[in-house]
Design a protein around this ligand. Sequence first.
Ligand SMILES: *Cc1c(COP(=O)(O)O)cnc(C)c1O
Length: 357
Amino acid sequence: MRKINFSAGPSTLPLEVLKEANENLLDYKGLGFSIMEFSHRSSVFEEIHFDAMKMAKELYNLDDNYEVLFLHGGASLQFAMIPMNLYLGGVCEYANTGIWTQKAINEARILGVNLKIVASSKEENFSYIPKINFSDNADYAYICSNNTIYGTQYKEYPKTKSPLIVDASSDFFSKKVDFSNIALFYGGTQKNAGISGLSCVFIRKDMLERSKNKILPSMLKYSIHSEYNSLFNTPCNFAIYIFNLEMQWLLKQGGLDVVYEKNLEKANLLYKAIDESEGFYKGYAQNKDRSLMNVSFNIKDENLLPIFLKEAEQNDLLGLKGHKLLGGIRASIYNAITLEQVKTLCDFMKEFAKKYN
Ligand SMILES: *Cc1c(COP(=O)(O)O)cnc(C)c1O
């Protein structure tokens, strides 16, 4: 029996996606072997690859001004590839909202980038999204749209005329996005769009021009991956296949507006269970910045935490342990988590509070 998995990533995949992959695992559509065994130069794989790109763009409603790249190294390699390819010798501006922006800042520093941290919520251990004023002439302005550990999320991206870069790893494909000042939008796919190892990068054409002029190893150069349609070397073929199935699943749901409504309903239900517990549970993020994807909270009596986790597990509710930086509890309720599953968690939380209050 499948248990309910609230893990932050790798995380729950839609059951339909797993079933489809399972049915085709040994013999892809009757062609005689697994998709993992197909050449990446074959028309069978190419169709999966290019359809996946097309559906990803369709979901975000993007025109030919943007390209989709499938890259290796998860989201973390982008922390370095972004400055390598897009730094022009001016200033790169960062908003520091948690560990993932800190890591991005570190990589840029290693590369000797002239960077400025224009806003930070570090003094409150990243429990909110600070007010951000990017300048209009930075080489780029960098944010992380959803902070996976602390459970904070931008409701709106900051306005700037500088090219905006967004790490959307943990709220990828969870809602419509206004791309009007976005130059690069990316995520590792293992949280909300598939499995680990693959990153999907939406890049605006003018950024590819910047990349072209850089002297970089080929594998680290956006313009090379673009020129070869992300088939410069052997791609993560199975991860791209799963990503393709995820895109199909999202389109079948009715697209990102429908997906967003469901995510909103799920998150509202869970935050309500926290807020109506009369202080038994306490949310971590400030209310205005609460994430619809990662809900981090605590129990008023710390000693109850291991008991909560143990009893949750006995009830087939897994992956609820908070990140080690924060402790407490975290429920990641990405696209593939259903409303029913969130209801099950809320019921468990209410029972637990009644029992131990
Ligand atoms: C998980 C995560 C990453 C890192 O992803 P990897 O694929 O492990 O490199 C980066 N940014 C955010 C916001 C994340 O949640």
